[in-house]
Ligand binder design. Structure first.
Ligand code: AMP
Ligand code: MG
Length: 337
């Protein structure tokens, strides 16, 4: 009898502790993530929340959506939508997907907005430089011969009939300067539709963060353009996109000169003057294209243009390694040197 008197409170306590533990465990914030190779880069998605199974489902669904965009925009697989379009759109209008229409309309608008610094019709020039397979320094005549093939206004998009027509015989488009950003935005939409409120997506320097990391902003490191192990700055952000374009992503050296994959559409040569540009705004596709365009413009024009734009902040490292940023970043940026 006495034993029972002692044992009952004991078991009740054990039960209460277990219940508390299970309650705590169910509501504890967990982090679920995955890393995959896609869109020609390493894509990492991390989500925070309480239900691990739901989080994992959301991560997989976001990757599935990004894979759909890769199948549209990857110029290096023969059966992608862009490859088919590049082969046939000069012969007459071809039917394309919603994603293709969206990306082409955005790209066209961004070419106008950047006075041609961003131009997806540089595909043939990129092939000449061979950055994705065998990089080489082309002869000036080869570059000169292809400059006339650059013509963003020759891409005729009919969004009512869902068709694209190339109004020039030698036109070819490359979505490498916008597709990663677009894919990140689409992945964010998928995560939000599955009730994710805290996440970070990084597609090789094209990043978006959803919400905060618990009670504090996400901390995003900006890589040093000459030392991949070092950061030049850290940004504290919530619900924003951060995209960096740099001359260190794809490059080769000939006679001590660095030739990289960001081409000035007016000269056909890799743009000088800049080492990296980071754009902070609320749309990753726009940030992606603007980072490329600002890189082409060079620091001075890039800063002047960004200061005049609404809701755009940038951090530029010029070719001497000097760092400048717009005022909007002052309160969220920590410089590391
Ligand atoms: P990012 O990786 O965003 O810096 O963009 C570089 C990629 O965009 C290159 O690998 C090309 O596919 C493409 N690209 C390079 N130069 C330009 C340009 N001036 N306009 C549009 N796309 C470009
Ligand atoms: Mg870009």
């Amino acid at each position: 009898m006495r034993n029972r008197k002692i044992l009952i409170p004991f078991f009740i306590s054990i039960l209460l502790i277990s219940l508390l533990y299970f309650h705590y465990e169910r509501h504890r914030v967990k982090s679920v993530g995955d890393v995959r190779l896609m869109l020609g880069t390493v894509v990492e998605i991390t989500v925070l929340g309480e239900d691990e199974e739901e989080l994992l489902r959301a991560v997989n669904a976001a990757f599935d959506r990004m894979a759909e965009i890769e199948a549209v925009a990857d110029r290096y697989t023969g059966d992608s939508e862009i490859s088919r379009m590049n082969r046939t759109a000069a012969d007459g209008p071809v039917f394309v997907s919603d994603d293709m229409i969206e990306m082409l309309l955005m790209a066209g608008a961004l070419s106008e907005r950047t006075e041609g610094a961003f131009d997806i019709t540089i595909a043939q020039l990129l092939d000449l430089w061979g950055f994705t397979n065998e990089p080489r320094l082309p002869a000036p005549e080869e570059i000169e011969a292809l400059l006339s093939s650059v013509c963003h206004s020759c891409v005729v998009v009919d969004d009512e009939n869902m068709t694209v027509y190339y109004d020039a015989p030698d036109l070819s488009v490359d979505l490498g300067g916008i597709a990663k950003g677009y894919a990140v935005d689409e992945a964010v939409k998928v995560l939000k539709s599955l009730s994710v409120t805290s996440a970070v997506i990084n597609a090789g320097g094209d990043m978006a963060v959803v919400g905060k990391k618990g009670d504090v902003p996400w901390r995003i490191g900006i890589q040093h353009p000459r030392d991949s192990q070092e950061l030049i700055a850290v940004l504290d952000i919530a619900d924003r996109s951060v995209v960096t374009s740099g001359d260190y992503e794809r490059f080769f050296f000939t006679d001590g000169v660095r030739y990289h994959h960001i081409i000035d559409p007016r000269t056909g040569y890799p743009a000088g003057m800049t080492m990296s540009v980071t754009v902070v705004t609320d749309n990753t596709a726009v940030a992606d294209a603007l980072a490329t365009a600002y890189f082409v413009m060079g620091p001075e024009k890039a800063l002047e243009t960004a200061r005049r734009a609404d809701g755009i902040d940038i951090l530029v490292v010029d070719s001497d390694g000097n760092l400048t940023h717009t005022d909007g970043l002052s309160s969220i940026l920590t410089l590391m040197r």
